[in-house]
Design a protein around this ligand. Sequence first.
Ligand code: G16
Length: 548
Amino acid sequence: MTKTLNAQIIDCQPFQDQKPGTSGLRKSVSAFKVPHYLETFVQSIMDTIGGGQGKTLVLGGDGRYFNREAIQIILKIAAANGVAVVKVGKHGILSTPATSAVIRKYKAFGGIILSASHNPGGPNGDFGVKYNVESGGPAPEKVTEAIYATSKTITQYRILNAPNVDIDNVGTHELGNTKVEIIDSVSDYLELLESLFDFAKIGTMLTSGKFRMCFDAMHAVTGPYGKAIFVDTLGAPPDSVRAEVPLEDFGGGHPDPNLTYAHELVEIMFAKNAPDFGAASDGDGDRNMILGSNFFVTPSDSLAIMAANYKLIPGYASGISGVARSMPTSAAVDRVAKNLGIPCYETPTGWKFFGNLMDAGRVTLCGEESFGTGSNHVREKDGIWAVLFWLNILAATGKSVEAIVKDHWRTYGRNFYARHDYENVVTEKAHALFDRLHELLPSLVGKEYGNRKISLTDDFSYTDPVDKSVSKNQGIRIIFDDDARIVFRLSGTGTKGATLRLYVESYETDEARLHLDAQEALSDLITTADEIAEIRKHTGMDRPSVIT
Ligand code: G16
């Protein structure tokens, strides 16, 4: 029976700054708490997707501060817009890859993910809203542009006048004419992962008493997932998962799994008698960092190693159609693809660019230097998936993480890689650096730096091979005649000032040099990058804020 809705139409002024970035709309919590700010953005999503009538949407978030409040607001807007069903993760929790899995499993129209990913949380931290489409992947640019255009002109939103929904117990509720289903946050996702990996083999390794792992959930969304999967399902000892309780401010930490921010895990993994395997994930569970005992695996190498070992993983053993990496990611995976005789695509930064390639069956595995790897099982990068992929390789080979990586380098050569981030740079100064670089680019070709010569310079442009859409200005590339590269980009996920990212890469096959420290092996390129771009002068910083 259709009820008469107790919906209110609220007049509002449009906001002009709701442009989604690399991964959704990210702003400080205080910006999201400005009256009507969240509401107008969510209504803009509703208007862009043609209203809610008859649609099923998935809703969840990473549990950060404002998550629970935002869930209630969005439920009431969804109900007032006639959405038929909203599936909500219990406690409002759904990791980004789990949301993608749920959208796909139930053939939902789309989903809303509340997260600012790896950005800090809490009242003084960040919040974010991301819209995913029916494939389970982030909305493509044409959709985010349409949402942005709507948000600039919107003058009203609809919201139901109703009490809050109990989101803390699995069950079904009626909100106006909308069915709100509170679902277990883990089970659908776990079922999918069980179909891909050899859980029996991994379980045998984890319960053998001879193998120790440490998964750091960084007080973010993967705590419940890590515990349910590694401990409750695979049988790892309970202390194999740390910082497993999601906290609204991530315990004051910065939930970004890299050597700087996951320092507690790094200390454990680089101590004497360290566990055999270490991993961390980020705020919303899509990123991962992989460590061995006293050993760090770069995300670019991790992707290449996964591709090279796909036959060991039941879900992929029948073959992988192709691989993709973002432009700044090292070319290590390109060498594996060449060897396997499969295509390798180079896309701009942003997981959304992999979606079309996966939907068209062109790629199975993809990854980014920014600690993201994933496959066509969902349409997001997937932290826990990556951990299981590695555990499956370790269980199948019986080798250590370090041995697997070093064997890989011996076979394919090593792509030395480093990323230097200069955070919170005055925006005008960052733009001045890029303006100058753009002017310089043509004159750089042919110039020599040490024993290298520049063979190509450009601002990366990508034509999607499936829908032919063109994305320009995706990062400045300076490529040398020995395949070494320097890349400059401005981050699309920061919320304070500008973040300059410098990526440097060189390729090495000399066995005597394969085990050098990456910063040392790349020191000449790092100096060249500063010489060309005058980074110190423009940023006023004499060293990067974060090195990964
Ligand atoms: C997001 C995107 C990734 C991107 C990363 C860094 O990750 O999904 O594709 O590589 O940001 O982007 P940028 O260099 O522009 O800051 P996440 O984990 O924040 O969703």
